[in-house]
Design a protein around this ligand. Structure first.
Ligand SMILES: [Zn+2]
Length: 247
């Protein structure tokens, strides 16, 4: 099965050389009058990779320290090593009503698909990667033939994930999110007793998964901080009991 070079910008959603998001894209390298080979280039720093395969690719232009052939696992390690900065912004153009202390981290136009039928076997001719975290054995799988249930905007805030669709609004609190996975090019979110599959326009589902996980972690850390000092409350009760006993 031929490797689809379009998978590279999807998995490497941040340039391994300059760190810019969504900046890699597929370009063509001329190999003859009528022939060409795919290459990967960065819009931000003009880094350029050639000899693209599922296993490795070669940096031929860009930061000299990075040049040469490396495995996809190594290139992707540089992408995921850098810690994310979560900026929750209030002043964002969105239809989602923000609460007190809530700000938007990311938003993207998205479509929701029926998750029960994901991973079907009928091919549409386009092939996508079944994600393997280390990128060692890229397998592709057909994009299932199906229609989206709804179109709208997917918004990640520092409190929740909201899908503001034409037909319905899905409100998912980060504190109750069960799972975030990438399957067959889709971002799959587990919430309540359901899974929702989102197709994210032109943005990488791997980037979204990474941001969602970071926002989820931040919420968990926030929750671990006790709001009212429990020990004081317990002490107060004990003191009361002691007083009663003393009576
Ligand atoms: Zn770059």
């Amino acid at each position: 099965m031929a490797f689809d070079p379009r998978l590279v910008p999807e998995v490497l959603w941040r340039c391994p050389v300059c760190g810019e998001e969504e900046s890699l894209h597929v370009v063509k390298k001329r190999t003859g009058i009528l022939s060409s080979k795919p290459a990967i280039a960065c819009r931000q720093c003009n880094a350029r990779w050639e000899d693209i395969s599922g296993e490795s690719m070669t940096l031929v232009e860009g930061d000299e320290g990075h040049q040469g052939r490396r495995s996809m696992a190594e290139w992707s390690a540089t992408v995921y090593a850098e810690k994310l900065i979560l900026n929750a912004e209030k002043d964002v153009d969105t239809a989602v009503l923000l609460r007190d202390g809530e700000g938007v981290i990311k938003k993207v136009s998205a479509a929701v698909f029926p998750v029960g039928r994901l991973g079907g076997t009928r091919s549409t001719g386009r092939r996508y990667l079944v994600y393997t975290p280390n990128f060692k054995i890229p397998r592709s799988s057909p994009l299932p033939k199906m229609q989206p249930v709804d179109h709208g905007e997917l918004v990640l805030t520092n409190q929740r994930i909201v899908f503001d669709g034409n037909r319905r609004v899905l409100n998912m609190e980060l504190s109750h999110l069960l799972s975030a996975e990438v399957r067959n090019h889709f971002l799959e979110l587990g919430y309540g007793d359901r899974k929702y599959a989102f197709h994210l326009g032109k943005e990488s589902p791997f980037k979204w998964k990474t941001y969602i996980e970071a926002a989820f972690q931040a919420v968990q850390e926030q929750r671990r901080k006790p709001r009212t000092p429990r020990r004081t409350r317990k002490k107060a009760t004990e003191e009361k009991t002691t007083e009663k006993n003393a009576d």
